[in-house]
Design a protein around this ligand. Structure first.
Ligand SMILES: Cc1ncc(C[n+]2csc(CCOP(=O)(O)OP(=O)(O)O)c2C)c(N)n1
Ligand SMILES: [Mg+2]
Length: 590
């Protein structure tokens, strides 16, 4: 990875208001700051470059603010740590809002710097400074961040940023926003502020669950004949991986995991009942109706999962759940999801509960899961058309060390039977907020985190998602961030074809028209050329099964050499997806 180098030596004297903000990021150990420039923070920009020397944090330049946020988001998904990003005045903030919404729903930490003003109207340049000044800029985003502030003095800025750093890193993590007055940024300081001792402002560990709740949970789990563990949000850290396996094996539990979160359990383990899902598959729903105890560990939508299960039968299990999420809930958005029925509720995150339960259960023999996992359905291709299975198996064969591959994000239809989740870094999860166009930025952000970890950053994205966020690839090319992006190109906003099919059938109208206003054809956007235009290597369109291997060989070689490559695969949706109809949607309750 390459950051731009400054001429001359940085001026390490803290002399201007904005130097304080740059210093604070440096003292928090923030390695990178993604941005698209703007005059509202020209003072702060100068502090990053000429005071800090464009190091720690180093600037990652983006072509769109949505990408600045998505990159910070992807970085947090890979590391659990915040990056910083800057959003210029109200306009950059408005562009970055969708990315922020995704990060908010995904409960990912990041420090967002913004700017407004000058608040003192005497200092405003005509027109432009006036339109880019808001009375309460944080109000634009207050419903999708954890905390915000607009401090007005040097010492207040120090305290405000210290609080922001603590808030974003404390569970439940989420973005925070500090708005810097343009006038204050450019004011000369009389003296340096008092700097905090960062050892004395460290985020607390998530709470241990209370003993009586653990006792109740253990009593239920010890007597359970048919326990199901729903592993939701969890750390990528290797130290939490093994305990999750141990708990499932000791209980003889069946395990479910959610595609929306990063991988938290080996998807090829005998206890992992069905492949990770977005919406509960029918066998998963049936499993929940058969369970006698359900242990849900920070599952993002337990209420929704139980509702889906109730579509196929009664859920009579006792339910144990842990989450800190309600501490973020306001009435503004409904990302808090349906209210689940819970018998034992613990206010903490999943990993401490796993540790505490293992300790309370004591040593125990490994048991087989009470129900054998669903066998993977054989999906042979016809040898001509490209399938996801072929892409996954051919890609895997290109690596001697496939456990070193990280899928930054995966679109629909990834065959986990061909390439399973085998460690906490195999798969980083989805966008969190369902905001399209985030895939390229998330991938670049994760690749930033992975570039010096000896891991390979690969993504599989939809054509619609890629086209919306394509210019994020320029950032990877410019900063030499190694990344391989594979496009599952069905030349359509296919997800919506299913919706239009559903509506037409429900209304007794013509489902054959479902593609109108949705297909990306005549011409299909040339994704390889889009990638080439960003300075990456673009391959494709690859339209035949026979061309998959050479394309992947080339793409992986570029990745291994530290390059950026995008391969456009024309993959038709699998038959079962093409034929899904109103019935398919209604079955899942969607
Ligand atoms: C910002 C935004 N705009 C529109 C949508 C609605 N939407 C959800 S999925 C989807 C189609 C995505 O297309 P693609 O990435 O090609 O995936 P496919 O469904 O074809 O597999 C659309 C348009 C959205 N979620 N977010
Ligand atoms: Mg598509």
């Amino acid at each position: 990875m390459k950051l731009d180098r400054i001429e001359g030596k940085p001026d390490d004297k803290v002399a201007w208001g904005s130097d304080i903000a740059a210093q604070m990021l440096h003292r928090f150990g923030i390695p990178f700051i993604s941005l698209n420039p703007g005059a509202s923070y020209r003072g702060f920009h100068d502090s990053l470059v000429n005071h800090l020397g464009n190091e720690n944090p180093g600037i990652i330049l983006c072509l769109h603010e949505d990408h600045s946020v998505a990159i910070a988001h992807g970085y947090a998904k890979a590391t659990g740590e915040p990056m910083a990003c800057v959003l210029h005045s109200n306009v950059g903030l408005l562009h970055g809002m969708m990315g922020l919404f995704n990060a908010w729903c995904d409960r990912m930490p990041m420090i967002v710097l913004g700017a407004t003003g000058p608040v003192d109207s005497e200092k405003r340049r005509p027109w432009i400074d006036w339109i880019h000044t808001s009375r309460d800029q944080g109000a634009y985003i207050r419903s999708i961040i954890k905390w915000d502030d607009q401090p007005t003095s040097p010492q207040a800025l120090v305290e405000s940023m210290t609080r922001a750093n603590l808030a974003t890193r404390s569970a439940p993590t989420a973005p925070v926003y500090i708005c810097l007055d343009a006038g204050f940024q450019e004011s000369k300081l009389d003296k340096e502020p008092e700097w905090p001792d960062m050892n004395r402002f460290r985020p607390p560990a998530p709470p241990r669950p209370p003993k009586d709740a653990v006792d109740q949970a253990v009593a239920l789990l010890k007597n359970a004949q048919r326990p199901v563990i729903m592993y939701g949000r969890g750390s990528r850290n290797a130290a939490t991986w093994q305990p999750r396996i141990k708990l499932a094996e000791q209980l003889g539990a069946c395990v479910l995991t959610d595609l929306k979160q990063g991988g938290v359990f080996p998807s090829d383990h005998p206890a992992h009942y069905v492949p990770p899902f977005n919406v509960l598959t029918k066998p998963a729903r049936t499993l929940l109706t058969e369970a006698d105890v359900i242990l849900a560990l920070d599952w993002a939508d337990l209420g929704g999962a139980l509702r889906q299960a109730r579509n196929v039968g009664k859920v009579s299990a006792k339910i144990i759940s842990c989450t800190l999420d309600p501490t973020l809930h306001t009435g503004a958005n409904m990302e808090y999801q349906a209210l689940p029925t819970v018998d034992v509720l613990m206010a903490t995150t999943g990993d401490p509960v796993v540790a505490e339960l293992l300790e309370a259960l004591g040593p125990g023999a490994r048991k087989d899961p009470w129900k054998a996992r669903e066998p993977a359905k054989a999906k042979g291709g016809n040898g001509v058309a490209i399938t996801m299975e072929q892409i996954a198996s051919t890609l895997r064969a290109e690596f001697n060390d496939p456990d070193k591959v990280t899928f930054c994000t995966l679109g629909r239809g990834w065959p986990f039977d061909v390439w399973p989740i085998e460690n906490g870094m195999t798969y980083l999860g989805k966008d969190g907020g369902g905001g399209l166009g985030s895939g390229p930025g998330l991938s670049v952000g994760a690749a930033v985190a992975l570039h010096d970890q000896g891991r390979y950053a690969i993504s599989m994205l939809g054509d619609g998602d890629f086209c919306m966020g394509a210019t994020a690839i320029w950032t990877a090319a410019h900063h030499r961030i190694p990344l391989l992006v594979l496009i599952n190109n069905n030349r359509s906003y296919f997800n919506d074809e299913l919706h239009q099919d559903t509506v037409a059938r429900t209304r007794g109208r013509e489902p054959k028209n479902r593609w109108i206003g949705l297909r990306l054809e005549n011409p299909a956007p040339d994704i390889a050329k889009l990638a080439e235009a960003q300075g990456a290597v673009g391959i494709g369109p690859v339209t035949k099964a026979a061309d998959v291997k050479p394309a992947l060989e080339k793409g992986v070689a570029i990745l291994k050499k530290g390059g950026v490559c995008v391969i456009d695969f024309h993959v038709d949706p699998p038959v079962e997806r093409q034929e899904i109809s109103a019935l398919g949607h209604r079955e899942t309750g969607y």
